[in-house]
Design a protein around this ligand. Structure first.
Ligand SMILES: NC(=O)c1ccc[n+]([C@@H]2O[C@H](COP(=O)([O-])OP(=O)(O)OC[C@H]3O[C@@H](n4cnc5c(N)ncnc54)[C@H](O)[C@@H]3O)[C@@H](O)[C@H]2O)c1
Length: 268
């Protein structure tokens, strides 16, 4: 994968990991199309990248709406001709017990899982048709490998993203497109403030960030650097926090033994 030219589309590009990735890819030489639901943040993000001399564009889109994602893909291919890097990265999280609020389940699965499915559905056929070398990176989480209590909808969505990306990897064999899945632990972003983008929520609540002050917390730009270097080296499982890989291994052993699931821990 050559990051020195071509076009990148990054959902959730107005903040956090998506914005840092856009910054890194812009620096590398790609044209970046930032996609987001939050208009003010998106405009500011694009302005910031353009001010650095990068080729950056913004597109408003709610990734949980299949028609909007299809329109996005059609518009981007019409305007830019091809997409070489797709990051299905937009995501939200909220706390609830598994038996609580179906609205929470709908919202989180809509953005974090269906958003990625729609991205794959609308972009991959067009990428394949162009015949050009490309890459699809889906952002999951360590929650895609291990189930943390009180964020069941997030765990289910992210495990779905992991399964989807593994499937995609097999299905893309023999094509010019490769895939990878990003599974970070704590990253210093606005994720704990996800409700700012939730329709129908008048006063968004902040879910306490479990990441603040934890040893393992990385900056989004550190994660963006890991992403670029990992994809360059053909790595499928992008795990910026290695201790979760060890926990996932322990989990796999327990599965074979039939033992109860591992309770994941954050490196404090
Ligand atoms: N921050 C962490 O600790 C962490 C850990 C593991 C995985 N992740 C994942 O990383 C990804 C990026 O999150 P982040 O941490 O940078 O958070 P963030 O809140 O800083 O960025 C997420 C972006 O997604 C956008 N977004 C939300 N709903 C959307 C929708 N319906 N359509 C389009 N855009 C939408 C937001 O406006 C925001 O710009 C997410 O998928 C998240 O689950 C984050």
């Amino acid at each position: 994968m050559d990051f020195s030219s071509g076009n990148a589309v990054i959902t959730g590009g107005a903040s956090g990991i998506g914005l840092s990735l856009a910054d890194r890819l812009g620096e590398e030489g790609m044209t970046v199309v930032l996609v987001d639901i939050e208009e003010g943040a998106l405009l500011a993000a694009v302005d910031g990248l353009v001010a650095k001399g990068y080729s950056a564009y913004g597109r408003i889109c709610d990734v949980s709406d299949r028609n909007q994602v299809e329109e996005l893909a059609s518009g981007v291919f019409d305007e830019f001709g091809a997409v070489h890097f797709l990051a299905n990265n937009a995501g939200v999280v909220t706390r609830h017990k598994s038996w609580e609020s179906l609205d929470d389940w709908d919202w989180v699965l809509g953005v974090d899982l269906m958003g990625v499915i729609y991205g794959v559905h609308s972009f991959v056929p067009r990428m394949l048709e162009s015949g050009e070398i490309g890459h699809v990176m889906n952002t999951a989480s360590t929650a895609g490998l291990l189930a943390f209590p009180s964020i069941g909808s997030y765990n289910v969505a992210k495990r779905g993203v992991v399964a989807l990306t593994e499937t995609l990897h097999h299905e893309l064999k023999g094509t010019p497109i490769t895939a990878s899945v990003l599974c970070p632990g704590m990253v210093d972003t606005n994720i704990h403030w996800s409700e700012r983008n939730r329709q129908g929520v008048a006063s968004p609540s902040e879910m306490g960030s479990a990441g603040v002050g934890n040893k393992e917390e990385l900056s989004p730009s550190e994660v963006a650097n890991v992403v670029v270097e990992s994809i360059r080296n053909g790595i499928f499982w992008i795990l910026p926090h290695t201790h979760y890989g060890e926990q996932a291994l322990e989990q796999a052993k327990r599965r074979v033994e039939g033992g109860p699931p591992v309770l994941p821990f954050v490196d404090r």
